[in-house]
Design a protein around this ligand. Structure first.
Ligand code: FES
Ligand code: FES
Length: 216
């Protein structure tokens, strides 16, 4: 795949392009079949043209987007087919977001988009324009861990650690909506994130601890 990194690292502030993601929660997202269907549902850019007149996009053709990631704006040239996961990791070097199944099943790639946990592998980068994206790097307070990260360390909520970045982002997103959840609510809220090591009990305890730390 062509590397446009040099072009893409122009990080000057620019005008925002509001492409809303209204009504699309992670749960709703999970029931949608495939990235293409999601795109047609939410992207003004891609459904503005009637299908019969739709312009063909050639492989390698680039389009401009401005992304707001962790409070910083990035002007990028992207291929419309690129996922947010690919752009975060391969174009911007934000490797805190991990690659797992790349098919919307494991939750390893979870990021927060407009306060809702979303799978970055199932989100086209053009969909994410005009939203506020938070990645694992955005939870840091300078060199210090944020409260959810600290709670995972304190509760020993990982074994191999591969799912952990996604679990942390799911907890962060969940607690933004429900700052004082019950155990059952945590289990339901975290159901989109799998842990092959089976550390679920500790992960639930970490979510409870994170809620406490966030209230301090
Ligand atoms: S890598 Fe995105 S859900 Fe598995
Ligand atoms: S800690 Fe190993 S997959 Fe979750």
């Amino acid at each position: 795949m062509k590397n446009e990194k040099d072009d893409n690292e122009d990080k000057k502030d620019g005008a925002e392009n509001n492409v809303p993601l209204q009504g699309l929660t992670r749960r709703g997202f999970l029931t949608t079949i495939g990235t293409g269907a999601v795109t047609l549902a939410v992207s003004d850019k891609l459904h503005a043209t009637p299908a019969a007149d739709a312009e063909m996009i050639e492989r390698g053709e680039m389009t401009k987007v401005v992304l707001n990631i962790n409070g910083r704006k990035y002007r990028l040239l992207v291929e419309p087919r690129w996922s947010l996961l690919y752009v975060l990791r391969e174009q911007l070097g934000l490797t805190g977001t991990k690659v797992g199944c790349e098919r919307g099943e494991c939750g390893t790639c979870t990021v927060i988009i407009d306060d809702v946990p979303r799978y970055a592998c199932m989100t086209l980068v053009v969909e994410a324009e005009g939203t506020k994206i938070t990645t694992l790097e955005g939870l840091m307070k300078g060199e210090e861990l944020g409260p959810v990260q600290n709670a995972f360390v304190e509760q020993d909520a990982f074994q191999c650690g591969y799912c952990t970045p996604g679990q942390i982002m799911a907890v962060e997103g969940f607690l933004r909506k429900n700052p004082d959840p019950s155990t059952e609510e945590i289990r339901n809220g975290m159901s989109g994130n799998l842990c092959r090591c089976g550390a679920y009990k500790h992960i639930v305890n970490a979510a409870k601890k994170a809620a406490e730390l966030k209230r301090l």
